[in-house]
Design a binder for this molecule. Structure first.
Ligand SMILES: Nc1ncnc2c1ncn2[C@@H]1O[C@H](COP(=O)(O)OP(=O)(O)OP(=O)(O)O)[C@@H](O)[C@H]1O
Length: 248
């Protein structure tokens, strides 16, 4: 399987502190790839580096062999590497459908959408309904987003990212603060979204990682401790010790 996103020697210093230290990552095309690790391990910093919200101190980021290390976040988004927007980006007084229509009209949506035949052929509203169906929100299309359950709001937030037709979708703790029922809703959304795209997610819930993710990179103190399938990494003695006393 080919590599869609690659980090080589990725390093981020904040003053004298090295938050991300010589990290190599290889994200396979079409996979769901988790970044996990104890608090402060450097997951969010890594994520911000990959989406270019932070500039690396040293190292290189490649998207399908193109060097994107020095690109701006908007340029990276235009290439199809898109980070999910936070829940605050969902407008509660607008309906779910209107939220999707707004996402479809965002400037970053244009370059991705216009050259794709499916988008060109469909009207924006048809496309919004199609995206709503992908995340099982078609029954809520005309409901104010503020009335949706927490899990469905999160699904809507992910849907606004899907609307941009990402090639690589980056989700930062998509299950944060959710009950079991909502976790199941959002897990289904991510699984469905990953049918035709690559997903990279920072996730604390190891059951979610086990159920959803083909590949897992474990970070500790800014470095990659181990990378592999869930079974492989969960048997690793260093990983077990890093997680001892935490959730699992
Ligand atoms: N802007 C910054 N300036 C200084 N230090 C920072 C900055 N951002 C992050 N750090 C430090 O870098 C380290 C890694 O932080 P990061 O948020 O990437 O970890 P994380 O693995 O995402 O942790 P958590 O699971 O708690 O979110 C932490 O020690 C943090 O305090």
């Amino acid at each position: 399987m080919s590599t869609v996103l690659r980090a080589q020697g990725l390093t981020k210093r904040f003053g004298g502190f090295v938050a991300v230290d010589d990290v190599n990552l290889s994200i396979r095309e079409g996979s769901i790839h988790a970044l996990i690790g104890p608090n402060g391990a450097g997951k969010t910093t890594c994520f911000n580096l990959l989406t270019k919200f932070l500039q690396p101190t040293t190292g290189q980021i490649l998207f399908r062999d193109r060097d994107i290390t020095r690109l701006e976040p908007a340029e990276v988004a235009r290439l199809g590497i898109i980070r999910s927007f936070q829940i605050s980006a969902v407008f509660g007084s607008l309906t779910a459908g209107e939220n999707l229509l707004m996402a479809l009209q965002r400037p970053t949506a244009l370059p991705n959408c216009f050259w794709r035949s499916s988008s060109v052929l469909l009207s924006l509203e048809d496309r919004a309904r199609e995206v709503a169906r992908t995340v099982n929100l078609h029954g809520y299309f005309d409901r104010p987003a503020g009335e949706l359950s927490y899990g469905r709001k999160r699904a809507l937030e992910i849907a606004t990212t899907i609307a941009l037709e990402p090639q690589v979708m980056l989700l930062d703790e998509p299950m944060a603060g959710m009950g079991l029922e909502d976790v199941a809703v959002v897990a289904d959304v991510i699984r469905e979204a990953a049918r035709d795209k690559t997903v990279v997610m920072v996730e604390h819930n190891l059951k979610v990682v086990k159920d959803l993710c083909e590949r897992v990179t474990v970070l500790q103190r800014g470095q990659v401790l181990v990378e592999g399938g869930y079974d492989e990494i969960s048997e690793n003695a260093q990983v077990r010790s890093a997680y001892m006393g935490s959730e699992q």
